[in-house]
Design a protein around this ligand. Sequence first.
Ligand SMILES: [Fe+2]
Length: 210
Amino acid sequence: MAGSGPLEPHVDAFQRLFLEAVSTRPPPDAGFAAERAVLARLLPVTAPMAEAPPPRALPAGDHLDRAIAQGRAGGEGGLIEAVAGLAPALHWTYGYPDHPRFAGLADRIAFCEVVGLRAFRRSEQVRLGLTLMAPGTIYPAHAHPAVETYLVISGTALWQAGQGAAALRPPGAIVWHPGEVSHVMTTLSEPLLAVWSWTGDILTGPRYLG
Ligand SMILES: [Fe+2]
C-alpha cells in the first residue's frame, strides 16, 4: 500500500500545509525565525515516493477517528483531510522504554513519520510526522537533540517547555522546541493530534528525563 499512487497527494498536502502554517502564522517567539528559514529550505521533500513500513496500529490509534472528527470542526481542515487520507497507511510507533513513574504510556501515545528516514518521501535532513495522544494523558518530560516544531491540528492540551509555564495550545498553535529543551504535553478531555517536524540531528531519538 505504501508508495501507491493515492497516497501521494495526501503526503504533499501534508507537507505544503504544514510549511504554509509555519511560514505565515505569528511565530511562537523571536527565536523561531531561524528554524522557519530552515524549514522553508528543506520542505517540501520531493524525493520519489518510497516504500514505507507497512501499516501498524497501536492502542492510542483508537483515538484517531475522534481526533479527526474534532479536527474537522476546527481551523486545520486541510491537514486533517490529509491525515484522514493517510490514516490507513500509517505505521504507528511508541519507541520509549518503560517510564519509571508513569505506567501505560505505550497504550496512550503514538507517533508516525510521513516524510523522513522511513517514510513515504525520504529525507536525511528533515522529518515530518504526527503525534497522537489519548485524553487524560501526561507525556512526561523528554528531550532530543533535534529542533522540533509542532503544529496542533486537533485537541487543546497543555504544553510546557524548558523553564516556561504550561499553557493551553489550541488547534492552529505553533510550538517550537530548540534542541535538548525539556518538554511536557498533557491532554485534558480531548485527544491531541499534532504535526511535528525535526531538523538538525534527526537520527538521535528522544529520551525521557528523570
Ligand atoms: Fe519533542
